[in-house]
Design a binder for this molecule. Structure first.
Ligand SMILES: [Zn+2]
Length: 528
């Protein structure tokens, strides 16, 4: 049974994360569901009163709700990892300043996700004149049909509501976006049917921007928008005026405009018309995770790891190797810096690594899925497609570049656990002619038997917190990681069939530190 119960204004709304500004709510199974005014007359005597709503513009609403969230404490944008000290404070300032703003960053830096998360700062319910294509404010409608309807029906004018998500409109800018798409067009059929003159307000077919009225309008890759369209946008931001096919129609729209762009495109001369740039209040730079730990946190959150059936254990070193592939790629001169290396690389890679381990577990009827380094190599299809290569990289081929990146990632991860550990005994075993094949499809029981034959290997696994009591799957994965680490440092050899052996040794090499220094991408921008 549902019980009607008054809910105070500003009570957190359990549905949308927004705040209730309605008169009463129905508590139903722990959820607050509003019973909302349905006519303009009812609306006037509700918390959506004229005094409350008439002049409440979107940016005021975002600001009010943001301030309430700040007072409440806790994260403003849950699920956005690694931006707490950099991007998030700047976004908060932009919203408090009631700015239109742009996020500048390379691909895979959660720009779209942040823009979408802005909807959580909108009211849970927004009343508008029912049936209005541009969601007119009932107290000050701007379109002709609504003005007529309110004049005629008065307090009986029906009211409808939009949720937070319904107030977000997103458009990927491409050079072929037209004024008609964005702003609108004269619809001759509408004119003929209604007996209106062309150019009358009644004949407009609205574009995306008017349809985003009283909401958030996001344009991704802004520099790809033709100059003419940018002028149209500027006019909206400046005057609220739009011109449709030469007919001046005044539409004082109320929209929070947000954008995203690749920084190089945005700053390139002539890509953005200056007056538009001038009207964008804040320019906020996004960045890739600053540390391996942050990268792992994002990948863990985004990758599909909770699968049915098998128990899964992902060793920390496998997570690190996967993350370091992206870090290494972002520094590699064979990879195009301008397009960047998306965080989707480690996410897709992780999913493929788990799948390869799953496939092995199914084949050998193992109960526990434990990814190995061999699975990372098998995940190449999730890596190569996400790298835009420079000329040198193209010459070597995506597969070759991908393999080098994995090897770099393994070497650095290995150093994190085993730097200074004496591995001579293991290396000697191979130097004396020992060989072991570890196919990525090899079952754990059999592989463990073979690995135990390598003198000095298994006791080194304490550094990975893997002892003889661990599952065979975990022990094999850990031991294979050590061998892959030694191979990445060229201390032992390994061929395409995953046969580890002594390999070639031009001269006696001490365990040489890997050349790349751990200096991840720093997108942090000084406050000034
Ligand atoms: Zn209207």
């Amino acid at each position: 049974m549902c019980v009607a119960k008054p809910v105070a204004m500003g009570t957190p709304d359990k549905i949308g994360g927004g705040r209730i500004i309605g008169p009463e709510a129905v508590l139903c199974g722990g959820f607050a569901i509003m019973s909302l005014p349905r006519t303009l007359g009812e609306l006037r005597h509700s918390p959506f009163s004229e005094a409350q709503l008439r002049s409440r513009r979107v940016k005021d609403e975002l600001r009010d709700n943001l301030m309430a969230k700040l007072r409440q404490g806790g994260p403003i944008f849950p699920g956005i990892v690694g931006y707490d000290d950099t991007v998030v404070p700047q976004i908060i300032n932009a919203i408090l300043s009631r700015h239109n703003f742009i996020l500048l960053g390379l691909r895979g830096q959660a720009k779209s996700r942040i823009l979408r998360a802005l909807t959580t700062l909108l009211d849970a319910h927004m009343p508008y004149v029912a049936g209005c294509e541009i969601h007119d404010n009932p107290y000050s409608p701007i379109c002709r049909p609504c003005r007529d309807s309110v004049a005629k029906q008065g307090d009986e004018t029906p009211i409808a509501y939009l949720t937070q998500e319904q107030r977000y409109v997103e458009k990927l800018a491409t050079p072929d976006v037209t004024i008609a798409d964005l702003i609108g067009d004269i619809d001759p059929i509408k004119a003929a049917r209604g007996g209106h003159e062309l150019g009358s307000e009644m004949t407009v077919h609205y574009g995306l921007l008017p349809r985003a009225n009283r909401g958030i309008f996001a344009i991704n890759e802004l520099p790809d928008l033709a100059g003419k369209i940018q002028v149209g946008l500027f006019n909206i931001m400046q005057e609220g005026d739009v011109q449709i096919k030469g007919y001046p129609i005044r539409l004082p729209l109320d929209v929070a405009l947000v954008f995203s762009a690749n920084p190089e495109d945005y700053t390139a001369r002539g890509k953005i018309i200056t007056p538009l740039k001038d009207r964008i209040g804040s320019e906020i730079r996004t960045h890739y995770p600053a540390s391996i730990e942050e990268g792992i946190a994002i990948t863990t959150q985004e990758a599909w790891t909770k699968r049915d059936g098998y128990k899964l254990h992902i060793p920390k070193y496998v997570q690190e190797v996967i993350e370091r592939i992206a870090f290494a790629a972002r520094e590699d001169k064979k990879v195009d810096k301008r397009s960047g290396v998306s965080q989707r690389l480690p996410i897709s890679c992780m999913e493929n690594v788990i799948s390869n381990a799953e496939r092995r577990a199914i084949r050998h009827e193992e109960k526990l899925v434990v990814p190995r380094i061999g699975d990372v190599y098998a995940a190449m299809p999730a890596i190569t497609g996400k790298l835009e290569l420079e000329y040198e990289g193209e010459m070597k081929g995506a597969d070759h570049v991908g393999r080098e990146l994995i090897r770099t990632a393994i070497a650095k991860t290995y150093d994190g656990y085993f730097k200074g550990t004496d591995m001579n005994q293991v290396v000697q075993w191979f130097d004396l002619g020992g060989e072991i094949q570890l196919a990525d499809t090899a079952g754990a029981g059999e592989a463990l038997q073979a690995l135990r034959g390598i003198q000095g290997l298994m006791e080194k696994l304490v550094k990975l917190n893997v002892g003889p009591k661990e599952s065979a799957e975990s022990q094999v994965s850990a031991a294979e990681f050590v061998l892959e680490g030694l191979h990445a440092h060229k201390r032992i050899g390994r061929n395409e069939e995953r046969l580890f052996s002594a390999g070639e040794k031009p001269q006696k090499v001490a365990e040489k530190p890997f050349e790349r220094e751990d200096a991840p991408f720093r997108g942090r921008r000084p406050f000034n």
